[in-house]
Design a protein around this ligand. Structure first.
Ligand SMILES: [Mg+2]
Length: 292
């Protein structure tokens, strides 16, 4: 049985599908872009999906900004021009729907504000890449609410291309103003207990003074349990059974083993969370006594 209201002086949280519905944002924008792209190019979606998966795997992310330029069937349609330019309308669809569909889950903002009011620092730890994580933090108003963000660095770029080349807006539209952003080493994905342990050490906390919350039993809860911090499963964010999740499996950078492991765990959970937030993030306020 879980202990009664442990005292917590550091909150570490996952981001995607814990603070906001990444899957909804990704699926609505990506599927709209895919449909538009297939219409414009005449290349069937199934062909594009297979090629997208290859590119995502090559770059280790499902949020690769130069995706269209590296799809063989689009390149052959473009006769030497850049697919990103030729199919700009589909990219516009992606950006438009993405911006419209990113929101914090209900109760997240007020709960984080309350945790901070009690003097407890908030650290975010995600394996998503730097650029899109910063974008989501800005769009959801969490710049400055999260004290420190740990994310994967940005994906690699082809020779001669820099991240600045992709920018369409003035510099102040990029980066974070108040939240400190640190990068985890390239290629280190969750579960990575050593990284979570290093975060706890950096704040000179004992594991029992720390809570970690995330939506993945495999990546988040198991990792927290391994280093002995309090674990909370954000069950409201689980999306593996949702409509459209198969599209993510088909085009994501995940290895076949990752996908199989996730399926096995969904059928027969071997990771049992100590605490579960069933409906919303703010349930953590009832589970723990936050005090800095
Ligand atoms: Mg997550």
């Amino acid at each position: 049985m879980a202990p009664l209201r442990p005292r917590i002086s550091l909150l570490v949280t996952d981001l995607d599908n814990t603070l906001w519905d990444w899957f909804h944002m990704w699926h609505s924008s990506f599927s709209a872009m895919l449909e538009h792209l297939s219409e414009m190019s005449g290349v069937p979606s199934s062909v594009l999906e297979g090629e997208m998966r290859e590119v995502h795997r090559r770059h280790g992310t499902t949020e690769y900004s130069l995706l269209l330029d590296e799809l063989p069937s689009l390149r052959s349609e473009c006769a030497g021009l850049r697919p990103l330019e030729v199919f700009d309308a589909a990219v516009h669809t992606l950006n438009h729907v993405r911006k419209r569909s990113i929101h914090l889950y209900r109760g997240v903002e007020s709960a984080l504000t309350e945790v901070r009011r009690r003097g407890v620092p908030i650290v975010a730890y995600t394996e998503s890449i730097a650029y899109w994580t910063e974008w989501r933090i800005r769009e959801t108003g969490l710049d400055g609410v999260v004290d420190v963000l740990y994310s994967s660095p940005d994906h690699d770029f082809p020779e001669g291309v820099t991240p600045e080349d992709l920018r369409r807006y003035p510099p102040q539209e990029y980066g974070l103003v108040e939240t400190v952003h640190r990068h985890t080493p390239q290629g280190r994905l969750k579960p990575d207990p050593a990284i979570l342990g290093a975060i706890v050490d950096e704040y000179s906390k004992d594991p029992e003074d720390v809570v970690y919350i995330g939506d993945s039993l495999m990546k988040d809860v198991a990792m927290a349990q391994e280093i002995g911090v309090h674990d909370v499963h954000a069950r409201y964010g689980v999306s593996q059974d949702r409509e459209g999740y198969e599209l993510l499996r088909r085009v994501s950078h995940w290895s076949t083993e990752d996908i199989e492991r996730e399926r096995r765990l969904a059928r027969r959970p071997v990771v049992v969370p100590t605490w579960t937030a069933r409906e919303c993030f703010s349930e953590v306020l009832d589970m723990f006594e936050f005090q800095g």
